[in-house]
Design a protein around this ligand. Structure first.
Ligand SMILES: *Cc1c(COP(=O)(O)O)cnc(C)c1O
Length: 368
């Protein structure tokens, strides 16, 4: 069976480097918020063209801490997409703010700027952009909308490690970028981990307080914080794994190019080519079809597991039905939600497996 991920196929060389890094942490006798975290924060900030990086517990907390550091809270509206991981919405809900859903662009599944603009109200405080599937959203137009309406621009970069917009890393355009290092992300830890990047020193200081009980220094708590600290072990492992990220991203792009050049079937529709190659890091390779269930069953019989990102858009979640959406509705989100599915594209696919995937797609019954 070909799975969506295959961590066991990672090189023994990488495994060894990680074990050595772990050993160093064990021997240091310091396990939470120490040298390893500080040093990972430094390299990740650099990697993201950002002045500051704050390591936190996971991607959900990264968004929540960032929103709270900006003073966004109860009753404030945050415009975002319904075509994303549930954590994007949950972070907005957890601070008592109200998600408002704009529609997506059918070609990329990223937020559609005109729809974002239609969602703005007097209560809107921020636009939370998600670089979905690893492709940079239309930051130029969305940033302009934010400026024109005095809104904060925020980036959910959990799927877009290394993606660039006009040559500059995502996560460096908005007031902050939120990152997840959940194992299956393009840069994954060996457990849960996350980070926030920002250009703003004051914001960075507040985020550091928030992640650690709201304390300014030991035993002094100025604000109500949470416990979302990155640990030394994950930071040390991430520092090792970061050295491989560029290679993994190149491999993902090569596999995407093969799929695009070789998959031809009348029932399968590929998403648009990225406007420039560096803007897409192919966290996921998503296609659309009108006969999703049958297609996925056929592929599964051919030994290929697929997933749907995402089968239930946020507005269809029972917990979320009450929220406002684009007055013109979300037709593209609905359409995409009903037709999309994802092929495996992890960097440890063998040439044989890539061939198998292409052949299985092209061998689907013509009538499907
Ligand atoms: C994975 C993901 C998150 C949440 O990250 P966790 O580390 O699992 O909390 C948030 N947003 C998007 C778009 C994601 O893909």
């Amino acid at each position: 069976m070909i799975h969506m991920n295959n961590f066991q196929a990672e090189s023994s060389e990488l495994r060894l480097e990680m074990l050595q890094a772990a050993k160093k942490v064990f021997e240091s006798g310091w396990y939470v918020l120490g040298q390893e975290v500080a040093s990972f924060e430094k390299v990740w900030a650099q990697h993201c063209d950002s002045a500051y990086c704050i390591g936190v517990g996971n991607g959900l907390d990264a968004i929540e801490i960032g929103l709270r550091a900006l003073g966004i809270g109860f009753g404030d509206e945050v415009i975002t997409t319904a075509m994303t991981a549930y954590a994007t919405t949950l972070a907005i809900q957890r601070i008592g703010a109200i998600p408002v859903y704009a529609d997506i662009d059918s070609e990329t599944a990223n937020l559609e700027p005109d729809s974002v603009e239609r969602c703005v109200s007097k209560r809107t405080k921020a636009v939370l952009v998600v670089h979905i599937y690893g492709q940079a959203a239309d930051l130029g137009r969305i940033k302009k909308i934010c400026q024109d309406n005095s809104l904060e621009l925020i980036e959910d970069c959990a799927q877009a490690h290394g993606a660039r917009y006009n040559g500059q890393s995502v996560g460096s355009f908005g007031r902050f970028g939120a990152w997840s290092f959940y194992p299956s992300k393009n840069l994954g830890a060996i457990g849960d981990a996350g980070a926030i990047t920002t250009q703003d020193n004051e914001l960075a200081c507040r985020m550091k307080q928030l992640r650690n009980y709201g304390q300014v220094d030991r035993y002094h708590h100025d604000i109500i914080g949470l416990n979302s600290r990155l640990d030394e072990l994950q930071a040390a492992l991430l520092t090792v794994r970061l050295k491989y990220l560029t290679l993994w991203t190149e491999t993902r792009r090569k596999i995407a190019a093969i799929y695009k050049g070789a998959i031809f079937h009348p029932s399968l529709q590929l998403l648009a080519h990225p406007f420039d190659l560096s803007s897409h890091v192919y966290h996921l390779f998503v296609l659309r079809t009108n006969n999703r269930q049958a297609v996925r069953e056929e592929l599964s019989e051919a030994g290929i597991l697929t997933l749907i990102h995402y089968p239930v858009s946020a507005i269809k979640q029972k917990a979320l039905k009450k929220y406002r959406i684009d007055p013109k509705g979300l037709p593209q989100t609905e359409d995409h939600c009903n037709s999309c599915f994802s092929l495996p594209i992890h960097p440890f696919l063998t040439d044989d497996e890539i061939d198998q995937i292409v052949t299985a797609c092209n061998s689907l019954p013509k009538t499907i």
